[in-house]
Design a protein around this ligand. Structure first.
Ligand code: F6P
Length: 372
């Protein structure tokens, strides 16, 4: 069997861990694995590189001469930087948001490349757009695909966690702790904007973990005036209670620019106490956390299994507590048909999924506690 793996859309810490794990599992089973560079763009252009190598590779190859301590000689081994990349941020394969692949013609060209290469299937590591692309490839051209959810936004349906979320949250709370130091020294309020596109998960989860005083998410559906009024109250009450600092986590999905928020708040509150920090792409980089590496490795293992078990057209999901989904040998990993994943993802974006409803209800209940 010969598989390919690609990373697509916004990169996420843990993508490399998934690439490494996929390569190791494939190598252990004698499955050849090629990496596709630059996501679907590279697929259309035929930009492939080997990630597994024959174990008896010639002198000069990275593993030649190594002593194998396992009694069974490995069928294959993995390329040197694949072995090293597991903790690195970004993706060693590169990523892209491919306009060409959005067209049926681009997808036809990609499927043709796979056929010509004799590739038996593709593992797609990415977010909503990437998984939708995988579904199109499967439906339109019969390509065998398995998705691995990766997006710091945590907006992918059917999985409780996507790769990158844990690392991004650790980065955000580290930044909040640092900002809290200087905010406390000057008795200031800070609005800290975090990524997440239209999904407020990063803002919500980090606000609780950082001990923020308030959180702003698009899903709350507040008008600009409501946002400014609520923040003015939070800041006044916070300092009236004797707080040294007030932190507000704002999801980027709330479209009011931070500069405007700061201007309006400082105009309403006497003095010049409010500042803002937009964390931006800082949140998306950095070495993958233990949790992201662990989830990535287990999802990748089951992704390769799915090809052996003829369960393609699916996404492997991190779902430790759900009974839903197709069971795998790993009790925390379930398989979901890609059609279902895309449908549930749409509901997450629209705020109508049970998971999102639950998150919002919980946030409303803790809102009164945050500012205490
Ligand atoms: O989807 C991941 C993400 O990082 C979002 O949180 C953010 O809105 C977007 O990508 C940024 O995309 P780009 O890197 O193209 O600016």
């Amino acid at each position: 069997m010969k598989l390919a793996v690609l990373t697509s859309g916004g990169d996420a810490p843990g993508m490399n861990s998934a690439i490494r794990a996929t390569a190791k599992v494939c190598a252990g089973r004698g499955v050849a694995l090629e990496g596709v560079e630059l996501g679907y763009e590279g697929l259309i252009d035929g930009r492939f590189r080997p990630l597994t190598l024959a174990a008896d590779a010639p002198v000069g190859s990275p593993r030649a001469g190594s002593t194998n301590i396992d009694a069974r000689p490995p069928v294959m081994t993995v390329e040197t930087d694949v072995e090293r990349c597991g903790g690195w941020g970004g993706t060693i394969l590169g990523s892209a948001r491919s306009e060409r692949f959005r067209d049926a013609e681009g997808r036809r060209a990609a499927a043709e490349v796979l056929r010509a290469r004799g590739t038996d299937g593709v593992i797609v590591i990415g977010g909503n757009g990437s998984l939708t692309g995988a579904l199109h490839l499967a439906r339109e051209h019969g390509v065998r695909v398995v998705g691995i959810p990766a997006s710091i936004d945590n907006d992918i349906g059917c999985t409780s966690m996507s790769l990158g979320v844990d690392t991004a949250l650790n980065t955000i709370i580290d930044a909040c702790d640092r900002i809290a130091d200087t905010a406390s020294a000057h008795r200031r309020a800070f609005v800290i904007e975090v990524m997440g596109r239209d999904c407020g998960y990063l803002a919500m989860a980090s606000a609780i973990a950082a001990g923020a005083d308030a959180v702003l998410m698009r899903e709350q559906g507040r008008s600009e005036e409501e946002v400014v009024t609520a923040l003015e109250r939070t800041i006044r009450e916070g300092f009236d209670r004797g707080k040294l600092r007030v932190l507000v986590i704002k999801s980027e999905g709330v479209r009011i620019p931070c500069t405007k928020l700061v201007r309006e708040l400082n105009a309403r509150i006497d003095g010049d106490h409010v500042r803002a920090t937009v964390l931006g792409h800082v949140v998306r980089g950095g070495r993958a956390s233990y949790q992201d590496r662990r989830i990535a490795s287990r999802l990748a293992f089951q992704a390769v299994e799915a090809f052996s078990n003829d369960r393609t057209g699916t996404m492997v999901a991190w779902q430790p507590s759900e009974r839903d989904g197709i069971a795998t040998l790993d009790p925390s990993v379930k398989l979901f048909p890609l059609e279902r994943v895309i449908d549930v993802t749409r509901a997450v974006h629209e705020g109508t999924s049970p998971e999102m409803q639950w998150r919002l209800a919980m946030m409303e209940r803790v809102a009164g506690v945050l500012g205490v």
